[in-house]
Design a protein around this ligand. Sequence first.
Ligand SMILES: *[C@@H]1O[C@H](CO)[C@@H](O)[C@H](O)[C@H]1NC(C)=O
Length: 506
Amino acid sequence: MRCLLYIGLIIAGCNAQQKQERRFPDDFIFGTATASYQIEGGWNADGKGENIWDHMTHTKPHVIKDSSNGDMAADSYNNYERDVEMMRELGLDAYRFSLSWSRILPNGFSNHVNEAGVTFYDNYINEMIKYNITPMVTLYHWDLPQKLQDLGGFLNPLFPEWFEDYARVVFEKFGDRVKHWITFNEPREICYEGYGWSTKAPIVNATDIGTYYCAKYLVLAHANAYKAYVNDFKATQNGECGITISVNWFGPLTDSADDEYAAELKRQAEWEIYANPIFSEEGGFPKELSEIVAKKSLEQGYKKSRLPEFTDEEKKYIQGTSDFFGVNHYTGVYVSAEEYKSNHITPSLLSDIDVGTYTPPDWLASASSWLKLSPNSIYNSLTHLHNKYKNTKFYITENGWSSPPDSELVDDDRILYYRTALNSLLDAIEAGVDVKGYMAWSLMDNFEWMEGYTERFGLYHVNFDHPDRTRTPRKSAFVYKEILKTRVIDPNYEPDTLTMWIDEGH
Ligand SMILES: *[C@@H]1O[C@H](CO)[C@@H](O)[C@H](O)[C@H]1NC(C)=O
């Protein structure tokens, strides 16, 4: 539009203006994301059962950097109206949040439903619907009922049945209003960090088989829930169901064939192990990874591969069980076949693939050791996924930046990160990737897992010293709001005031 005003100016100038003003499609969904344990608090309120994060933080507080926990967190259990008010201030189209399994089913099993827990989510969802904010609901964002962990959790072959029972309760209770379902958030973090290592609850640290057994039963559980939805709910509820997988970018350090292969192995270990069984044409675990684990397992004296293969029947059952691919994307690293290797515990996923990783020291650093501003990483990840899994629809279900707890409300690094990421996303859309939405992580500061409250991801600052958990918008909230309103990334936009308001119509 603005180009019309410049008729008479040189055409090159007009083109530059047009290029700067590329837009997100009108039906593109912008939102923010959170997770139950990170924001809710009310850890034992009104009949909620204990989950693995309650259990771990209460029995081993030292594993959390500041020895904190999510007992109260941002207290969204008592602040849901304020949360929705913030969504209205930002002008969100959608809000992605997760359900706490043990708030709904205190023991994990569906024989006892905690009605007070259901009421909490009813209120949260109804408040969003009242203001035309679309709820996007994750069934599982890492807070397994402790009773199920006592039975082995994701390593128990019965896990897929337990998850299906829970999913059915949730579809039944909320499916009249919720039309976007995500079964699992980030299988890698659940399986590798929680079972194959010790950087997430339940810190099982079964380095040899934890990741692989968890991967198998998680993927089967996902397929069970998807089929339950399609067979028994979709016809009347008319929604969609998918999974969210963390896909950071792993590119080769050099263009040598060895580095290309190393990067492919790394991608297989990081996310294809969960995505391939669901989205690929051949089904099952990724080929090269399967072969390496099988070979090393036999060499190490195991009777069979530590990676438990799917049967042909299971492969068919799982294929195509997702209406979309939810991508959580934060950063990228380079992968090398020979250089930058660490000494890994053997046997483990990392020693199985045995590659090195490198992050250029000049990439902008966040408050999180793993999170750097990596150029073009959304574009690289999405175009790679798009070429690999044809005709797949994507959402970015998380993307965001951390700052230290004492940082100012003026968060220019976060703003730079969001603008860079959203430009990279526009590049992917222009390259033909079918991306329907983007959820910024996060609406507000929250309990950052093993880092406690020492890393802040919020568009809104939360005062964790105040009993009301007061929420205050950062500068990035105003910038995000402007992008949502205009559908354009203006690199020069500066808010005139840091006072929030609700636009008419929201
Ligand atoms: C995890 O297991 C490995 C291998 O047994 C061990 O070396 C490591 O110390 C364990 N980590 C923790 C945090 O217990």
